[in-house]
Write a protein that binds this ligand. Structure first.
Ligand SMILES: Cc1cc2nc3c(=O)[nH]c(=O)nc-3n(C[C@H](O)[C@H](O)[C@H](O)COP(=O)(O)OP(=O)(O)OC[C@H]3O[C@@H](n4cnc5c(N)ncnc54)[C@H](O)[C@@H]3O)c2cc1C
Ligand SMILES: *[C@@H]1O[C@H](CO)[C@@H](O)[C@H](O)[C@H]1NC(C)=O
Ligand SMILES: *[C@@H]1O[C@H](CO)[C@@H](O)[C@H](O)[C@H]1NC(C)=O
Ligand SMILES: *[C@@H]1O[C@H](CO)[C@@H](O)[C@H](O)[C@H]1NC(C)=O
Length: 502
C-alpha cells in the first residue's frame, strides 16, 4: 500500500471529526454507530473524484459505503443537522458515468450507491397485475435485466448502455430508441424510496408524496437520493431483428423517423445517427453490429459523404418469427434510404440491449475509454411536425417530473459523443470538440432554436434559470422543501451550500 500524500491526511482528519460527531449523533443505536463508522473509506478518494467525462477531478473528504437506506438517511440527516456552520455536501455516485463532475462532492462525502445493491432485486408479478421489479438505486440496469429475465420479464425503456445505475439514469431521464413508445425510463417507475436532504427516508409514488416523486424523477439528484425504485416490467421477447439503413438525404432520414414513431404497427426501437466518414460505417463505437450482408456494405461507396444511419429493431419470439419478418419487410418497404444499404442481423434480446458493452470493452482494452469525453446532448424540437405529435409524445413525457424538454410535442435527442484521446493531437482534440460544442449551442441561440441540454451542464445560475425556464420557480420551491441546506449533488452546480436558494 502506498501512503497517501499529506493533502489527504488533512482531509482525513477533517473527516475524523465528522465521524466523531456522526458517532455521537447515533448513540441511541450502537449498530448504526458501528455501521456508519465502518462504512467510511479514504483510500478511494481519487476514484470517487473521477468520472467518464475525465474533465473534472475533485476528490471528496471521504467515501461512504452504506449498507442500507437508513445508513444513507443517518449520514445525510446528520449533515443536515450540522446546519450552515458545516460546508459538507453529499453526492450519490452511481458508476460515475457523468461528464462534468455531477457525481462529485468536492471536500464532502461521496456515497457509493453500489454498496446498496446486495439487496436482491425482487420481481412482483401476478395475474391481472402490471409486473414490476423492486431494485436498489445503485444497481446496474444490466443486472436488473438478468434478474428479471429469470421470470421471463424485462423493463420496457432503456438507455443505449446498460452499465449505468438505476438511480443515476432516473435522476436524468433515461433515453434510448424505445422512448417513443414507452417514454423515457422516468415514465416507467411505480414507486421510489428516497432520502431527502433533510435525512428523511420516504416512499413516494403517484399517490404517496407525489410532489417528491416527480421532483426526484429527472431531478439531477437535487431533491433526494434514490435508494430503491420499482420499475415497470413487460414480458421479455427472446429475439431481436436488428436493422440499419443509410441515407444521404437528411430530410428523408428525419421524415422516415417521424413516420416510424407515429405509425401504429412499427418497430420496438428507432434511433438515428450521423456517420461521419472517419471511423467507417460498421465500426461505430456505440455497437458491435455484424450485418449478414457485408458484401453490399463493402460495395457501397461512401467516400467523403456524411451519411445518416437509421437503426431499428423488432422484437419477436421464435414461434412468431414469420409474422415479425413480414411486418419488418412491410415497414422497410416504406422507407426512402439508399436502396443498396440494408444491413440486418438477428440477436438475442440481451445481446441487443447490451450492444454497447462489447465496444466499450474493446475501447477499454486499447486505452481509449478512459479519455476525456466532451459530449453534448441536446433535445431539439421538430417544429414542422407538431400535427401528429400530440398522440405520440404528449402523454409520454410527464411535465410534472423535473426533466426539462422543449415546449414542443416531438423533439429529437441529438448526441455529439466525442472522445478526445490525448494520444493523437494532444489537448487539441479536446479543444476542438469543445469549440464545436460551443458553436452548436451558439448557432441554436442565434437561430432561435429552443434546444434543451440533456445531461445539462452550466456553471452559472442565470444559465440554469434559462434552462429550467418556467419551471425554475418549481425547482426552487422543491429545493427549499426537500434540500433546504443544498447538501445534495453539489457537482451539478445549480445551488451552492451556504448561499440563499432564491
Ligand atoms: C457510455 C455511456 C452511454 C450512455 N448512454 C445513455 C443513453 O443511451 N441514454 C441516457 O439517457 N443516458 C446515457 N448516458 C448518460 C447516463 O444516463 C448518465 O451518465 C447518468 O449520469 C448515469 O450514470 P451513473 O449511473 O454512473 O450516475 P452518476 O454519474 O454516478 O450520477 C449522475 C448524477 O445523479 C446523481 N445520482 C447518482 N445516483 C443517484 C441516486 N441513487 N439518487 C439520486 N441521485 C443520484 C449523482 O449525484 C449525479 O448528480 C450514457 C453515459 C455513458 C457514459
Ligand atoms: C417503502 O415501501 C416498501 C414496500 O413497497 C416497504 O418495504 C418499505 O419499508 C417502505 N419504506 C419506507 C421508508 O416507508
Ligand atoms: C473517407 O473514407 C474513405 C474510404 O474509407 C477514405 O479513403 C477517406 O480518406 C475518408 N475521408 C476522410 C475525410 O476521412
Ligand atoms: C403540463 O402539461 C399540461 C397539459 O398538457 C398543461 O396544462 C400544463 O400547463 C403543463 N405544465 C407545465 C408546468 O408546463
Amino acid at each position: 500500500m502506498k501512503t497517501p500524500p499529506p493533502f489527504f491526511s488533512l482531509l482525513k482528519l477533517a473527516t475524523a471529526l465528522l465521524l466523531g460527531s456522526l458517532a455521537m449523533h447515533t448513540t441511541d443505536s450502537d449498530d448504526v454507530t458501528f455501521s456508519l463508522r465502518d462504512s467510511l473509506t479514504f483510500h478511494d478518494l481519487l476514484d470517487a473524484g473521477r468520472d467518464f467525462g475525465h474533465r473534472y477531478r475533485l476528490p471528496p473528504a471521504a467515501v461512504f459505503h452504506p449498507k442500507s437506506p437508513s445508513d444513507v438517511a443517518a449520514a445525510v440527516g446528520h449533515i443536515f443537522r450540522m446546519g450552515r456552520r458545516s460546508e459538507l455536501t453529499v453526492a450519490a455516485r452511481g458508476r460515475g458515468h457523468s461528464l462534468h463532475g455531477q457525481a462529485q462532492a468536492p471536500g464532502g462525502i461521496v456515497i457509493q450507491m453500489g454498496s446498496l445493491k446486495s439487496t436482491l432485486t425482487r420481481v412482483h408479478a401476478g395475474a391481472g397485475k402490471v409486473p414490476y421489479a423492486d431494485v436498489a438505486g445503485g444497481e446496474l440496469w444490466i443486472n436488473l435485466l438478468r434478474e428479471t429475465l429469470k421470470h421471463g420479464l424485462a423493463p420496457r425503456s432503456w438507455t443505449d448502455y446498460l452499465h449505468l445505475t438505476v438511480g443515476g439514469t432516473l435522476s436524468n431521464a433515461g433515453v434510448s430508441g424505445q422512448a417513443f413508445r414507452h417514454g423515457p425510463q422516468i415514465s416507467n417507475v411505480r414507486q421510489l424510496e428516497v432520502v431527502t436532504g433533510r435525512g428523511e427516508l420516504l416512499n413516494c409514488s403517484e399517490k404517496e408524496n407525489p410532489d417528491l416523486f416527480h421532483a426526484a424523477l429527472g431531478g439531477l439528484g437535487q431533491f433526494g437520493i434514490i435508494t430503491r425504485a420499482q420499475i415497470v416490467l413487460e414480458p421479455a421477447p427472446k429475439m431481436v431483428r436488428w436493422i440499419r439503413v443509410l441515407y444521404e438525404d437528411f430530410a428523408a432520414f428525419t421524415e422516415d423517423q417521424e413516420m416510424l414513431i407515429s405509425a401504429e404497427k412499427t418497430f420496438d426501437y428507432v434511433e438515428g445517427f450521423v456517420m461521419v466518414n472517419r471511423t467507417g460505417i460498421l465500426n461505430n463505437w456505440r455497437s458491435s453490429f455484424y450485418p449478414q450482408d457485408p458484401l453490399r456494405a463493402a460495395q457501397f461507396d461512401y467516400d467523403g459523404k456524411t451519411l445518416f444511419c437509421l437503426e431499428m429493431a423488432k422484437n419477436f419470439n421464435p414461434t412468431a418469427a414469420q409474422l415479425a419478418h413480414q411486418e419488418v419487410e412491410e415497414l422497410l418497404s416504406r422507407l426512402r434510404h439508399v436502396r443498396s444499404t440494408v444491413f440486418q442481423t438477428e440477436v438475442t434480446y440481451v445481446e441487443f440491449l447490451d450492444r454497447v458493452h462489447a465496444s466499450a470493452e474493446k475501447l477499454r482494452s486499447k486505452g481509449l475509454w478512459e479519455v476525456p469525453h466532451p459530449w453534448l446532448n441536446l433535445f431539439v424540437p421538430a417544429s414542422r411536425i407538431v400535427d401528429f405529435a400530440g398522440e405520440v409524445f404528449g402523454k409520454i413525457w410527464d411535465n410534472r417530473t423535473s426533466a426539462v424538454i422543449p415546449d414542443e410535442e416531438i423533439f429529437y435527442l441529438v448526441g455529439f459523443l466525442h472522445s478526445a484521446p490525448p494520444a493523437d493531437g494532444g489537448a487539441g482534440n479536446l479543444r476542438r470538440a469543445l469549440a464545436q460544442n460551443e458553436r452548436i449551442l451558439s448557432f441554436c441561440r442565434s437561430a432561435g432554436i429552443k434546444a434543451k441540454q440533456y445531461l445539462p451542464h452550466y456553471t452559472i445560475s442565470s444559465e440554469w434559470m434559462t434552462h429550467f425556464g418556467l419551471r425554475w420557480e418549481t425547482v426552487v420551491r422543491r429545493k427549499m422543501a426537500y434540500d433546504p441546506m443544498a447538501i445534495l449533488a453539489p457537482g451539478q452546480r445549480i445551488f451552492q451550500k451556504g448561499l440563499s436558494l432564491s
